[in-house]
Design a binder for this molecule. Structure first.
Ligand code: ZN
Length: 196
């Protein structure tokens, strides 16, 4: 397991250097690992976050710019705006609604970011204890993860997630990732009321 992680970190480091991507993002991938998250975070989630950070998710805009003929680059959720990663995760009306709910739930004002890098720069400066920082990062990771799953469901699934399931799903994922195999515990009810 350690070897796989080592190889993964080296691969990411190489790609980040090659593409001139801010190393802060790499730091947060490491941060997840240092905090023990690697055991909890699925590898596919880490890869998803990495692809989000370097804008390599298969959004409609990215597909078209790679020459894939999909006809329409409008957002598959709201149909108001070009479907790029900033739109899907931050400026889409649905995303805004979800961030507002997450902000209310966590009592942290995180519904004002326009991009993943904006969120990361804020997070970097955020003076909080490590436990709350860890929780907040996990909640935000769960938020983008669930939005992406929802968006994919709209396009590909015969039985897509409903909009009103998104927020519950975020609370579920983040709780599982944080506490399922951790010695630190928190009751589900406390989590729903006051996650930080
Ligand atoms: Zn949209």
């Amino acid at each position: 397991m350690t070897n796989i992680i080592g190889q993964y970190v080296r691969m990411v480091t190489f790609l980040f250097q090659r593409q001139g991507i801010q190393l802060t993002t790499l730091f947060y991938l490491r941060y997840i690992q240092v905090q023990g998250g690697i055991k909890l975070f699925q590898r596919k989630l880490i890869i998803f976050l990495w692809r989000l950070a370097i804008d390599r998710l298969p959004t409609r805009l990215n597909l078209v710019s790679r020459g894939v003929d999909i006809g329409n680059i409008g957002c598959s959720i709201c149909n108001h705006g070009v479907e790029d990663n900033h739109h899907i995760f931050f400026s889409c009306l649905l995303a805004k609604e979800i961030w507002r709910k997450v902000s209310l739930w966590t009592s942290v004002d995180i519904n004002r970011f326009a991009s993943w890098s904006e969120w990361l720069s804020w997070y970097d400066q955020w003076e909080e204890n490590i436990s709350n920082k860890n929780r907040m990062y996990t909640i935000v990771a769960a938020t983008v993860w669930v939005i992406w799953r929802f968006q994919n469901g709209v396009i590909f699934s015969e039985n897509p997630m409903r909009k009103d399931e998104i927020f519950d799903s975020i609370r579920n994922y983040s709780y599982t990732w944080l506490f399922s195999r951790s010695k630190k515990q928190m009751s589900w009810n406390s989590w729903l009321v006051k996650p930080l």
